[in-house]
Design a binder for this molecule. Sequence first.
Ligand SMILES: [Zn+2]
Length: 310
Amino acid sequence: MRYAFCFALLLIVISACSTVPVTAPAVMAGSKPLVTFIFDDGYETDYTVAREIFRSQGEVACTAVTTGWVNTKNYLSVPQLHELRQDGWEIMGHTVSHPNLRSLSESRIEDELFRSKEALEGWGLPVKNMVYPYNKNNETVRRVAAKYYRAAREGGKQPNAPDADPYDLKSYSSELSFWHKMSDIRGHIDRAYSEKKWVILYQHMIDAKIKISDKKGSFVEDEQLTFMPSGAVGQFIKSFLWSMEFVPLSGDPQIGDTVTGESSGASARMTDVYYNERAAITEMIEYIHSNYPEMQIVTVDQGLDLMGIP
Ligand SMILES: [Zn+2]
């Protein structure tokens, strides 16, 4: 009987100990779960691919434009930038010539940051925020950025809280590779949601890479590709004996499709997908919508306002 009593007492002590609350990470007042998508460098695929993905989901994104590349092959034109802006996209600065700002003198940094902003504004495109090329910056770069911009983004692989330094906004790459999978990106979103923080995801040109067999003929650069029977359409970039890269313009190419070049007449069979960034971006947005409906997808400028970062 006494043993039973002791055992019961022990159970009470154990259960009391196990109910001691685990301290949750402190959430700062005003912090909210937010996601921002930024496309760096101003590739034309922001317009030809991403625009429709975001528009069809009722969402917006940001394009960080290297002004010296605007109106050149594979990069956005001024009219395309205006259309993105009309859709609610934020146009961000990304210097004139895309240098490593850390390697420049202060006067050259001034030149790159001021003249890129001036060029965009000269085209009628207001710009408030910027992205450091290669995510590289230092104290001098951040000080110059503060003269012309409200905020600037680097890498750093962290979500942002309301006490973030606006000239040191952290971000993660959302480009997929063998080492960086969709599950990792979902993990960045999950963490931002649970910690009520702002996660910024960035990538560059939107493309796809597939495995092919039975290649006949030679595809030519920039020609339109048709995938049958799926009906997907792409724009050819390059191919090797067993693989092909293209811009995934519309639809979702399927394993077993025959891909044909419109002007070359070349063809091949698609046997596997290495990556498809069009499908991946769609999946990221749908993941947020279905799992975290209260998590907002915002531009950088909206994120700063919502987080209360000055
Ligand atoms: Zn860049």
